[in-house]
Design a protein around this ligand. Sequence first.
Ligand SMILES: Nc1nc2c(ncn2[C@@H]2O[C@H](COP(=O)(O)OP(=O)(O)O)[C@@H](O)[C@H]2O)c(=O)[nH]1
Ligand SMILES: [Mg+2]
Ligand SMILES: [Zn+2]
Length: 317
Amino acid sequence: MGMMHTAEGFSGVVSEARGGMYEVTDSVGAVWLCRTFRGTKTRNEGTSLVAVGDVVDVVPTGEGGGREGVITLVGSRKSALCRKRDVKRNRSKEKTQVIAANIDQLAIVASALEPPLNRRLIDRYLVFAESEHLPVLIIVNKVDLVPLSCLEADMAPYRRLGYRTAFVSASSGAGLAQLVAELQGRVSAFSGHSGVGKSTLINLLLGDELQKTAALSEGNSRGVHTTTNAAMLPLPGGGYVIDTPGIREFSLSGISRENLRFWFPEFLGPMQECSFSSCSHTREPGCAVRSAAETGDIDASRYDSYLALYESLEDEG
Ligand SMILES: Nc1nc2c(ncn2[C@@H]2O[C@H](COP(=O)(O)OP(=O)(O)O)[C@@H](O)[C@H]2O)c(=O)[nH]1
Ligand SMILES: [Mg+2]
Ligand SMILES: [Zn+2]
């Protein structure tokens, strides 16, 4: 099931979406301008018909050999980054908008300073990634502004939990080679607080030739009336980067007060020992998770993030 050209059509990946038209990149890297039609079939019900990252079947329609086509089938997605429903426009039949499909990892971008390292926000992203079963890379940018030893201490709890981290500076170039290695051959969705340096980093990673493309797609995404514009930006060494909006725009529908505990992997052991099997790990007596946070077996800041997230979620019961 590779991306094969056949007599009738071929399979490719949607590399850019803008205004209802899609760029589809085929197996040899050629770009086709495609649209959907009433007969376009999908293996994904209830969500956007086509999103960046989708694997699609295309039938060429271009006259005189132009690279144009219609999308006949959208393949099933192994992962999907979805947009939060607009509460004001929440019609029950409205489809869930997909920001990007088939991403291999979520690259959480934070900065060492300006804005300061925000562990609460990192934890929020991690809970999201765990709930979506998405591998994570935590990128700490602007390491030129803070001694590396301080940052390594700040991030040690995450490394202990097995999350991959990369310390980089888009300004000095520190750590970029390691970051390139972590991104190579994968589709990575970049997300993080504004001002942490996502655009600067992505431009650096793309190399000179493609910087113009990135600037262009960013310009588009600011437009008020445009529909979901997104692009997979090809990395020189293989793999793609997708710039995404912040987590406030993400659908967190998989996360509730009841299942939050499962997205903190370090809680899973201690919580077997809680006095109440239904323990919420907030204020019950005999809570082994809270005890572990007090003794330092669970990082105290992570536990505080749990409490803050718990409070921010609605009670389903
Ligand atoms: N000191 C320092 N500043 C940086 C670094 N990377 C980006 N910046 C600056 O941070 C600001 C925000 O960067 P930008 O890429 O627009 O952030 P974005 O909002 O995440 O896309 C800009 O003024 C950049 O020049 C870095 O590694 N070190
Ligand atoms: Mg930006
Ligand atoms: Zn408990």
